[in-house]
Write a protein that binds this ligand. Structure first.
Ligand code: NAI
Length: 342
């Protein structure tokens, strides 16, 4: 069985996903595309030689008979309407983050999915598929470091453009830590606080950079996450989990080491796309394999999308207030407890 995808949003990541489904992964094909910029949708069909129809909008694409699953890679504010329409039509959905831009929007999706009665939605939080994070998770689950007490992590980019604003440090950057860390320690967030160290001279005037986000979980784990998007030296993701019996750290990105000119060194990546390239492949392959095997996707759920949105909202509030803000999650519905997600 081949899963026939309709793609909503043929921009940067939409194109990357189309290429991997068509050329690299097994069990899927692109049969439909749409974009508010119709020229982009047509260009994708031509450029990638797709046997796919171009639809005028998301609704028309979703209702196409031959579309089994919808890939939502449009701009964040457009995600909610497309995901709700896909659930209404009973179609599977792989949606890039954010699931929706507000906690309320995510809750509408959660409710629609529960009403449908089985899982249809997977959110593109790909870090859970990264082999380094998978190894950390296994070590923690196997009690290798005892009880996790603290997590120290960093998300560093060499530089960002003029359109990157202070709140994007939460919505676009920290959002990946928000998802992967609660999954890693199987706990939920209680509070969040943001502080601003001395500002980097490389940060543009409108941007506060770096930022330190402190998250506290219900179980008492304290997480400090450094967001530094003008660090200059490269794209660098760090994560260290400190337990009462030991410490585990995310492996460094694999690269040759060298000895040259009286230096012993190794390379650091420069482009974020390269760091999680395998994880992007694995998340979509798992989406297809799991649907074929069980009739439902297996990766991050709508509930995970809700957790991320509510936590990000509290972090944005904390950016302005300087105070410790409460992350107010409603109780997890039983529906989502039945799923042992990756
Ligand atoms: P982009 O701007 O390159 O592409 C978005 C495309 O969606 C554009 O072609 C735009 O015309 C189209 N679009 C917007 N609204 C639409 C609508 N209502 N219906 C149909 N098409 C619509 O943006 P990019 O970088 O591809 O990001 C897309 C989404 O993917 C964003 O939500 C972003 O946060 C997420 N993303 C996730 C990443 C990850 O690491 N998981 C990495 C990069 C992006």
């Amino acid at each position: 069985m081949t899963i026939r995808f309709g793609v909503i949003g043929t921009g940067a990541i939409g194109r990357e996903h189309i290429k991997r489904i068509q050329n690299k992964l097994s069990g899927g094909e692109i049969v439909a595309v749409t974009d508010v910029n119709q020229a982009s949708a047509k260009d994708v069909v031509e450029r990638f030689e797709l046997d796919a129809a171009v639809y005028p909008d998301d609704k028309a694409l979703i209702s196409a008979e031959n579309v089994d699953a919808v890939l939502v890679t449009s701009w964040g504010p457009a995600h909610e309407a497309s995901v709700l329409a896909a659930i209404e039509a009973g179609k599977y959905v792989f949606v890039e983050k954010p699931l929706a831009t507000t906690g309320e929007g995510c809750m509408r999706i959660v409710e629609a999915e529960m009403k449908h009665g089985k899982r249809l939605v997977q959110v593109g939080f790909m870090r859970r598929y990264d082999s380094g994070y998978v190894q950390l998770k296994e070590a923690i689950d196997n009690n290798f470091i005892g009880e996790p007490l603290m997590i120290r992590c960093a998300h560093r980019n060499p530089e960002v453009g003029e359109n990157y604003t202070t709140d994007m440090a939460i919505h676009d950057t920290l959002i990946h830590e928000i998802d992967v860390l609660h999954w890693l320690v199987n706990d939920d967030y209680k509070t969040v606080q943001v502080t601003y160290p001395k500002k980097s001279k490389h940060a543009l005037e409108h941007l506060k950079d770096p930022q330190i986000v402190t998250l506290e979980t219900n179980g008492g784990i304290v997480i400090t996450a450094e967001i530094f998007v003008n660090c200059k030296y490269g794209y660098d993701i760090q994560c260290e989990v400190i337990g009462d019996e030991g410490i585990v750290s995310l492996p460094e990105f694999q690269s040759i080491s060298f000895r040259k000119n009286a230096t012993f060194g190794t390379n650091v990546l420069n482009d974020w796309k390269d760091r999680f390239i395998d994880a992007y492949d694995k998340e979509l392959q798992d989406f297809m394999d799991s649907i074929k095997k069980t009739g439902e996707p297996n990766g991050p759920t709508s509930w995970d999308g809700y957790i991320a949105a509510v936590t990000a909202d509290a972090a944005i509030k904390a950016q302005d207030s300087g105070e410790k803000e409460v992350v107010s999650l409603v109780e997890k519905p039983d529906f989502y407890n039945q799923y042992q997600t990756i």
